[in-house]
Design a protein around this ligand. Structure first.
Ligand SMILES: [Mg+2]
Length: 132
């Protein structure tokens, strides 16, 4: 079964482009244009991974991340933060709050799919078994 990826970003064009690209790679896609909408959808359906923009109106990505981490129903979903170049402090805060990975925007399709596969564990599962 295809993994489901949720894209949360206030840039509608970016959401559509990323959604189309991930669909092309065979992923199921959910989208939200802000944190409250993302949280509402997550109450109904849980994706395998969340791509989370930090800079969003109403609720920042870090605030969304904190809420996800505090809810046992969503705490285990891996989160990849999407940051602008100048947000190193946000990235550190995001890791502290439980993000699995981060990418600096704009990022290539290749980097994005690599990160998704990494956090989903499908890269590790392709590695040879350890000896013994
Ligand atoms: Mg944004």
């Amino acid at each position: 079964m295809a993994a489901t990826i949720m894209i949360v970003d206030d840039n509608e064009n970016a959401v559509h482009m990323t959604a189309r690209m991930l669909s092309g790679f065979g992923f199921e896609v959910m989208t939200a244009l802000d944190g409250p909408n993302a949280l509402a959808q997550l109450a109904e359906r849980r994706p395998d991974c969340i791509l989370l923009d930090i800079m969003m109106p109403r609720m920042s990505g870090l605030e969304v991340l904190a809420r996800l981490q505090h809810d046992p129903a969503t705490a285990a979903i891996p989160v990849i933060l999407l940051t602008a170049k100048s947000q190193d402090e946000d990235v550190l805060a995001g890791y502290k709050d439980g993000a699995e990975y981060y990418l600096t925007k704009p990022c290539s399709s290749r980097d994005l799919v690599y990160a998704i596969r990494l956090v989903l564990g499908s890269l590790r599962s392709q590695a040879p078994n350890p000896p013994g």
